[in-house]
Design a protein around this ligand. Structure first.
Ligand SMILES: [Mg+2]
Length: 193
């Protein structure tokens, strides 16, 4: 069986996004996230990999220790639903504050997805990405996974950015539950019962 994964943006996809989230106490999972991730992992054997831009680090607004603490808090909350993220990848860089080389990991680059593919030997053609912004979708498409754009407040901007580049998500989801349903249906083809 090929190893399949769902790549997940973090802020605005898994948890509320107040901007440069650095305090674990402020982590609030979005509705349906824990349930969807629990089923993807426990019922359908997807690896769950977070791929997140955290330019707040290079901007000097938050530290990598704070990002790790927020990630730990997310893990803690998901453990209550008997599920876990298999790996958290994040890119601390931003073009205004970092070198070109340091920015190599930053979405829209597929770098973090490709890195995880090597580490976990993931079959990208049977994998998915869920995100709430254009750069998530660009990164997923470049990596060769099916990419799902969530309808959040960033949706209009995202669609216009993607449209200008003539690229489109595989699916637009109302929320994470809708994204989950798409993945299960799509990955099972017509055999869904
Ligand atoms: Mg996001």
């Amino acid at each position: 069986m090929p190893v399949k994964a769902v790549f997940l943006d973090r802020d605005g996809t898994l948890n509320e996004d107040p901007g440069y989230l650095g305090e674990p106490d402020k982590v609030v999972l979005l509705p349906g996230v824990a349930d969807a991730l629990s089923k993807l992992k426990n019922k359908y054997n997807f690896l769950l990999i977070v791929v997140s831009n955290q330019s707040g680090i290079s901007r000097g607004l938050i530290t990598s220790e704070q990002v790790d603490a927020v990630n730990s808090k997310i893990s803690e909350l998901l453990a209550l639903k008997n599920t876990k993220i298999d790996a958290f990848y994040y890119c601390p860089a931003h073009p205004e504050f970092s070198s070109e080389e340091e920015c190599i990991c930053r979405k829209p680059s597929p770098y973090m997805i490709l890195k995880a593919k090597e580490v976990f030997d993931i079959d990208l053609s049977s994998s998915y990405l869920i995100g709430d912004f254009a750069t998530d979708i660009q990164s997923g498409i470049q990596a060769g996974v099916k990419s799902i754009l969530l309808k959040t407040e960033k949706f209009k901007d995202s669609i216009s950015i993607l449209h200008n580049q003539n690229i489109f998500p595989s699916f637009v989801a109302e929320n994470i539950t809708d994204a989950y349903n798409f993945i299960i249906k799509d990955s099972h083809g017509d055999n869904l019962c």
